[in-house]
Design a protein around this ligand. Structure first.
Ligand code: GTP
Ligand code: MG
Length: 370
């Protein structure tokens, strides 16, 4: 297979060589910019940087990166995607449920029963925030390693009565490695034993300096149980989101990432996908991981059928050939022949990686680095 230098690949992707070198280093492949990397590595880099991979022809397995950047004038504001992480039992799910209870639209629809991996909360002012229900840390790393890094902001939940624990530290490290802004939510403040100041001080040890300690990380004392300061938490998320100036082009064929997927007895393979750019519509032909399909129905996080889903919108998709994996990329393509071709190619790449790569996966490389 063709090999390529880091500098040449960076050039083709219109990315900075230094950023590629940095990424490679994190993957455990220290190289200089003029060094040659193999195709598998190049391919991983390409997808990590969010570019597409295109085969030159059926027989030629060389890859060419498609520089597919949306023009500035096509960009429109989009909702922030927030992932909640933290130690076991510190109240991540409870907090998410409480935040979901602040959804003015869901409130009108009459309560929330369904549990799904991603949902959108509409605020009183009409703005929206998309929350990802804790993917485990492994899933978070896997998404990042595979260029399916959908998170804009991480909320780290720390129970005020338990403090910094091993998974809190892991969450902090993952957030820093992914270079994402974090907000610390000190939870369970309704409990008499909770001590927020102690948490703020302990965070210093892990290089997390909250505002009260002279740093820049926002923190907020909350209680999922007594619904303390939920509005403040939302405000801080919105403030952080404003700084990020999040945009996407909604007027193009959709691209998204699978948050979770399963085989539903009645409905067949179902995937919850977060749209990253473009607008996904019923009838669209797509490839998702090694699977392909045609969107038969789109179901939103409130269980309602919708006709289309734009950037940052999480949506359930029906009409897939099989069950994809979390972090698989969904790409809308022009026709079914193209969908089958791309799906078959992706399946062969997955097969090849399983049989040839020494470390089982990038995920395990990341774990090894920890
Ligand atoms: P895992 O998903 O297992 O990692 O846990 P989690 O972080 O999602 O925690 P979860 O929301 O399941 O809450 C764990 C326990 O803490 C439950 O018994 C909750 O009722 C309780 N809890 C969560 N938030 C609060 C809070 O603000 N105050 C009090 N008093 N209890 C809380
Ligand atoms: Mg939970």
């Amino acid at each position: 297979p063709e090999a390529i230098t880091v500098a040449e690949l960076a050039n083709r992707m219109a990315e900075r060589t230094a950023d590629l070198v940095k990424s490679l280093f994190k993957m455990g492949t220290p190289v200089t910019s003029n060094q040659v990397i193999d195709q598998d590595t190049a391919e991983l880099l390409v997808s990590e940087f969010g570019h597409n991979i295109r085969r030159v022809s059926e027989s030629d397995v060389d890859i060419v990166t498609e520089v597919d950047v949306d023009e500035d004038e096509t960009l429109q504001p989009r909702a922030p995607v927030v992932t909640i992480m933290g130690h076991v039992d510190h109240g991540k799910t409870s907090l998410l449920d409480a935040l979901r209870g602040t959804d003015v639209v869901a409130g009108e629809a009459g309560g929330i029963t369904q549990h799904i991996g991603a949902y959108m909360v509409t605020q009183k002012d009409g703005s929206q925030i998309t929350f990802l229900d804790t993917p485990g840390h492994e899933a978070f790393s896997a998404m990042r390693a595979r260029g399916a890094d959908v998170t804009d902001i991480v909320v780290i939940v720390v129970a005020g009565d338990d403090g910094i624990r091993p998974q809190t530290i892991e969450a902090i490290n993952h957030t820093k490695a992914a270079n994402k802004p974090m907000i610390v939510a000190i939870n369970k403040m309704d409990k008499p034993g909770s001590n927020a100041q102690k948490v703020r001080e302990a965070l210093l040890q892990y290089d997390v300096q909250v505002e009260a300690m002279g740093g820049e990380v926002q923190d907020v004392e909350v209680s999922a149980t007594s619904k303390l300061n939920l509005d403040e938490l939302i405000e801080k998320i919105q403030l952080q989101a404003e700084i990020l100036e999040l945009t996407a082009n909604p007027d193009r064929p959709a691209e998204g990432v699978v948050v979770e997927a399963q085989l539903d007895k009645g409905r067949g393979p179902v995937a919850t996908v977060l749209v990253r750019r473009g607008t996904l519509k019923t009838g669209d032909i797509f490839v998702v991981g090694p699977e392909s399909g045609k969107v038969r129905a789109l179901v939103d996080d409130k269980g309602k059928q919708i006709k289309s889903a734009g950037p940052s919108v999480p949506v359930e998709i029906l009409g897939i050939s099989g069950v994809p994996s979390a972090a698989d990329q969904l790409t809308v393509v022009e026709n079914e022949a193209r969908a089958r071709e791309v799906a078959a190619y992706r399946a062969s790449v997955i097969q090849q990686k399983r049989t040839t790569s020494a470390p089982a996966s990038l995920e395990s490389m990341f774990s090894a680095l920890r």
